[in-house]
Design a protein around this ligand. Structure first.
Ligand SMILES: C[C@H](O)[C@H](O)[C@H]1CNC2=NC(N)=NC(=O)C2=N1
Length: 102
């Protein structure tokens, strides 16, 4: 699961990840929650997913706005772990009422 993805693999899989885009060796997203408590619930739910995966995001929280950066430090770039975690973050965001579109 921790080999580096090719550029084409990243591009193809980002098509199924509304709100996410590539930024060098990472994928990033900005997710607006309905309010601050919802943003914190989103972060807490994502933390459970990350711990279960043993794969952890960089998170910036400012009021309702959460910014996420995913990369695989051990591999020095993007792996399938980052794609899987992005899907899980989108799932918990939808559960908190975030409209991701897509
Ligand atoms: C020892 C432990 O399994 C590793 O440090 C895990 C922890 N969480 C991680 N999270 C991320 N984003 N990248 C990693 O390479 C990573 N490695």
């Amino acid at each position: 699961m921790s080999r580096l993805l090719t550029d084409d693999e990243v591009t193809r899989q980002l098509a199924d990840l509304p709100g996410w885009e590539r930024e060098g060796d990472a994928v990033v997203a900005t997710i607006e929650a309905p309010d601050f408590p919802a943003a914190i619930r989103l972060v807490a739910a994502a933390a459970d997913e990350a711990e279960q995966m043993n794969h952890h995001p960089d998170i910036d929280i400012r009021w309702r706005t959460t910014r996420w950066l995913l990369t695989t430090h051990d591999a020095g770039g993007l792996t399938q772990l980052d794609i899987e975690l992005a899907h899980r973050i989108n799932a918990v965001a939808r559960a908190e009422g975030v409209d991701l579109g897509g």
